[in-house]
Design a protein around this ligand. Structure first.
Ligand SMILES: [Zn+2]
Length: 346
């Protein structure tokens, strides 16, 4: 799926995938047969902090740049897939309250999908970044069977992003807010220690998945508690935000405090997947994010711990698989491209 298709004929067509991030855009090209023409990150500055006009221009530059790099004529492009961080509507209107990446007032309620479509004159299909990554994980894992399968993905990063895929398609929801798995509240029994305060999320919920299984959750909720249990830990002397970021390195070295924190995260994701098992009963449970970029023994331990705490019925255990989300840094652009390919294939 990654190799360059050297025998592409002039009659075939392509879609372009554009992943918009806080500092960079990442671009890819996917041809009509499902082959990616780019096997690495191809980035340009996203300029989102300069406001919508500059950012849309940067996306247009990413688009023309990736066509030039792959020697693809513009006339072969049928559609463009775009993903950005949320929150945004299902068709790419940034939240009226803005967000971390889209803080300028000119972004509030801005239709980034419509603006890019007008700028480049091709259909643009939109997903938020977690949904795009979930879609890519699904298609990469199931290949030709993707349209017949379902999956759920949890991406543990600064927050907890997610995606729900049914019959190969991302569930978007009426307001575009389906798959916001981070804000699903979970039973805390078996997750928290006796006497541990109930974690609170930035969204205002108590005890949702993101309040535990995210970098924010580590800094805000988990480390402040665990430092009371390990007062002499070297990270206790660090500012809490740095300590949270450094924790993964300690986890890889099997530091007891770090393992306690990451085990809580894995148990929380297991509780979430247990809810998913009773909701859409997916064929695959995907796990992505920073923790997956850790050393192989550590990420395997994390995935195993998630699996141990996902309560499946016997029939479900036989039918479901657990896997790490591959190519995470390219997953957004690739998932956006997959969505565009599907949109124009029918
Ligand atoms: Zn929340």
């Amino acid at each position: 799926m990654d190799q360059i298709d050297a025998v592409r004929t002039p009659a075939s067509w392509v879609v372009v995938g554009l992943d918009n991030g806080g500092t960079c855009n990442n671009a890819t090209v996917l041809d009509a047969t499902g082959q990616f023409l780019v096997d690495r990150l191809v980035e340009n500055p996203s300029r989102v902090q300069d406001g919508p006009e500059s950012a849309v221009e940067s996306l247009a530059e990413a688009f023309t740049g990736i066509l030039a790099m792959t020697s693809t004529p513009l006339s072969l492009v049928r559609a463009v897939g775009l993903d950005t961080p949320g929150p945004a509507s299902a068709d790419g209107v940034i939240s009226s309250k803005g967000s971390t990446n889209f803080s300028q007032v000119s972004w509030h309620g801005f239709d980034i999908r419509g603006a890019l479509q007008a700028r480049i004159g091709l259909p643009v299909i939109y997903h938020n970044d977690a949904n795009a990554a979930a879609l890519y994980a699904h298609h990469r894992h199931f290949g030709a069977d993707a349209a017949k399968r379902s999956s759920v993905a949890a991406i543990v990063g600064t927050g907890l992003g997610g995606g729900v895929v049914e019959s190969g398609k991302v569930i978007s929801g009426a307001a575009g807010m389906a798959g916001e798995l981070g804000h699903v509240q979970i039973p805390l029994h078996g997750v928290l220690e006796d006497g541990q305060p109930v974690p609170v999320c930035n969204c205002g919920f108590e005890g949702d998945v993101e309040s535990i299984a995210s970098l924010t959750g580590i800094a805000k909720n988990l480390l402040p508690y665990w430092f009371t249990r390990f007062p002499d830990h070297p990270l206790a002397a660090e500012p809490i935000a740095s300590a949270a970021k450094m924790l993964r390195g300690y986890g890889e070295k099997e530091d007891p405090l770090a393992l306690a924190v990451f085990a809580q995260q894995a148990r929380a994701v297991g509780k979430l997947f247990t809810i998913a098992a009773n909701f859409t009963d997916p064929a695959a449970y995907f796990l992505g994010g920073g923790v997956v970029e850790a050393a192989p023994h550590f990420r395997q331990w994390f995935l195993n711990t998630v699996r141990e705490h996902t309560q499946l019925r016997r029939e479900q255990q036989a039918a479901a698989t657990f896997a790490l989300v591959p190519d995470l840094d390219m997953a957004g652009a690739r998932g956006a491209a997959v969505a565009a390919l599907e949109a124009v294939s029918v």
